[in-house]
Design a protein around this ligand. Structure first.
Ligand SMILES: NC(=O)c1ccc[n+]([C@@H]2O[C@H](COP(=O)([O-])OP(=O)(O)OC[C@H]3O[C@@H](n4cnc5c(N)ncnc54)[C@H](OP(=O)(O)O)[C@@H]3O)[C@@H](O)[C@H]2O)c1
Length: 234
């Protein structure tokens, strides 16, 4: 197995595009703009966070994949808990846009991220979002996620088949899984054990067993980069 960590930055970007870009998609993979692709990193024992954040689990290649997946996607979908925990800032890449799901609307609307125009709030109609911020309202007191995904796909449609890149966190992932709205999983396995009470990649919601097919397993130093595609045949 070749090691992506040996590549320089340009060669790494090309390798990531070859593994995750449109040319890598199989004929049975969804090519609609509402396809949701979840990307997460976990420790060997399944934890998604150390000291409240995921950075310690990551490495250079995993970070490069994350940034490239944001770039290749129509939009990056993320839960408010992750935006708060991971201190999301204005993206350096002008093509990146975040759609942030919140039920309570307790976000720092005056922060540079929200003032940058690179973030859209996805909230129920009960939440009032300041007028300088774009909002997608779906549902009355809770976010109606199927309705929200349709609205997001329509708003951010690229004319191609760029997917919705889902960056978690675990609560948002679990709700989307319950609704069977996750079409692919990009999972990095970090060569670490953590223990503690850290969440798994999906937390809460109803227990549902859904099957995925292996698309690829790549090495990046001691990290493994894997991609799995939803198998709807069984
Ligand atoms: N390892 C990784 O790859 C990775 C990735 C992402 C996050 N994380 C870690 O995960 C932890 C955060 O976990 P989390 O489960 O709290 O994250 P989360 O799902 O991003 O945040 C939960 C919050 O997001 C909003 N939300 C989520 N699902 C919703 C739904 N279905 N409808 C409406 N609103 C919804 C709510 O926001 P309001 O509270 O505003 O109503 C909810 O309180 C952090 O430690 C973070 O570092 C790790």
């Amino acid at each position: 197995m070749s090691d992506l960590d040996q590549l320089d930055d340009d060669a790494l970007t090309a390798a990531i595009d070859a593994a995750y870009g449109p040319a890598a998609r199989g004929p049975d993979e969804p090519t609609t703009s509402s396809a949701v692709e979840m990307s997460m990193i976990t420790s060997l024992d399944g934890s998604v966070a150390v000291d409240g954040g995921s950075r310690a689990l990551s490495n250079r290649v995993d970070l490069a994949v994350l940034l490239r997946l944001r770039h290749l996607a129509a939009v990056t979908l993320v839960g408010a808990g992750t935006v708060r925990a991971e201190d999301y800032v204005v993206p350096a890449d002008p093509d990146v846009h975040f759609a942030v799901v919140t039920t309570r609307g307790e976000l720092d609307w005056d922060s540079p991220l929200w003032r940058s125009g690179h973030a859209t709030a996805v909230a129920p109609r009960s939440v009032s979002v300041p007028s300088h911020i774009e909002a997608i309202h779906a549902g009355d007191t809770a976010v109606d996620l199927p309705m929200a995904i349709s609205a997001i796909a329509e708003r951010f449609a690229t004319g191609g088949a760029a997917p919705i890149h889902l960056e978690g966190g675990p609560m948002l992932n679990a709700t989307l899984h319950e609704l069977d709205l996750i079409d692919a999983v990009n999972l990095t396995i970090s060569p670490t054990l953590v223990a503690g009470d850290g969440r798994r990649a999906l937390h809460g919601g109803a227990e549902e067993l859904r099957r995925f097919r292996r698309h690829h397993v790549l090495a990046a130093g001691d990290h493994l980069l894997t991609r799995w595609v939803r198998d709807r045949t069984c």
